[in-house]
Design a protein around this ligand. Structure first.
Ligand code: NAP
Length: 341
């Protein structure tokens, strides 16, 4: 009988700029054997997140860098394939912090929790609307921005996994929503699928042009900003704020592949508008995930929340699938399917 092997997507070298194939290696290893209290998860879905780019660098962050030679860390959904832990029986569905590999060893009290596959249209939803992405959108809008009816909410990366949910939550709460995204197709989806009042295409536009278009969409200024991108988009936004505006700094994807960071060059505008900017991490809200998950599930059931997933297949496609996040060819939450349910 053939021994099953564990195909693993390993970090070989720290990328310089845009990650390249030579920075990684697809290796075969024996399937891990669980020790006392441990269990083995067969990975079905791996979440591909912009933040993973930061973990590839040897730089201080909110999580340690992925060690060279280790499988690339990722949130995953999978099923228990072997277990010496009664709380995680064979076949159980789980989600948590795993890696891009076919089998992961998990410990009791670790980052894996059981999930109910029958409570959702697809178990992959635990990586999108009911996972970190959904919680980022929910707590960013409800807690960091404390959005109120009648306020104007501007979102960058508006057609993406987080941004598409941010716009819809803002709309549910009664905000006027303006989304910024790249290309005519995504702009069409902003108003059609994600209920944005206005869509702005940033492609090929400099800061001054963007500023003009934001001001036209929000003549009285923007009260709330959910920032996912940075660079010219953030700079243009800073000049279009209303007095005492609030900016939730969620991400800066436009500079994740740049060794030299761009930063905010219109900080003065925070003074002009007496505005505040606050960075946040979804992990700060772990204790409230149940509340956030229940609300997102309720909105889903009421048909108020559309969410899209972009699923690519095959562990050998991990890098091209990941790079979609940076060229914008992902249409929804980027997920890599590496095993069959
Ligand atoms: P996503 O938005 O589904 O995918 C990334 C999108 O970013 C792309 O589709 C592309 O859309 C846009 N993009 C890429 N490079 C760009 C550039 N140079 N300029 C402008 N737009 C660019 O990914 P996501 O998972 O939802 O993440 C969105 C943001 O949220 C990221 O910044 C991420 O780091 C952040 N995030 C933060 C937390 C937290 O706890 N703080 C948690 C989750 C995610 P276009 O086609 O429109 O260009």
């Amino acid at each position: 009988k053939m021994m099953p092997t564990n195909r693993r997507f390993l970090l070989e070298r720290r990328p310089n700029g845009v990650p390249a194939l030579a920075d990684f290696r697809l290796a075969e290893a024996p399937v891990p054997v669980p020790g006392d209290g441990e269990f083995v998860v067969r990975t079905i879905y791996a979440s591909l997140d912009p933040a993973m780019r930061g973990w590839l660098d040897d730089a201080p962050s909110y999580m340690p860098p992925i060690p060279l030679g280790d499988a690339v860390r990722a949130s995953t959904v999978g099923r228990v394939a072997a277990s010496r832990n009664a709380d995680f029986p064979d076949g159980a569905w789980v989600s948590g912090l795993g890696a891009i590999e076919e089998y992961s060893l998990a410990q009791a009290g670790g980052f894996m929790r059981r999930v109910d596959p029958d409570a959702v249209p697809s178990p992959s939803n635990y990586l999108s609307v009911l996972g970190a992405v959904g919680m980022t959108a929910y707590f960013g809008v409800v807690d960091v921005l404390a959005a109120k009816a009648g306020q104007t909410l501007l979102v960058s990366g508006a057609a993406g996994a987080v941004g598409s949910l941010v716009g819809q939550i803002g709309k549910i709460l009664g905000c006027r929503t303006i989304g910024i995204a790249g290309g005519p197709e995504k702009i069409a989806r902003l108003t059609r699928d994600y209920k944005y009042d206005v869509g702005i295409d940033y492609r090929g536009k400099d800061r001054v042009t963007l500023e003009r278009e934001i001001r036209a969409a929000a003549p009285d200024g923007v009260d709330l900003v959910f920032e996912n991108v940075g660079g010219d988009i953030l700079d243009a936004t800073l000049s279009c704020l209303s007095p005492h505006a609030t900016i939730a700094l969620c991400g800066l994807i436009s500079e994740y592949n740049s060794p030299e960071k761009i930063g905010a060059r219109q900080l003065w505008q925070l003074i002009v508008h007496r505005a505040s900017i606050r960075g946040f991490l979804v992990s700060d809200y772990l204790a409230r995930f149940e509340e956030g998950g229940a609300q997102m599930a309720a909105w889903m059931q009421e048909g108020k929340l559309r969410f899209d997933e972009h699923i690519d297949h095959g562990i050998e496609n991990a890098l091209p699938a990941f790079l979609r996040l940076f060229d914008g060819t992902n249409e929804g939450k980027m997920i890599l399917q590496i095993g069959e349910p």
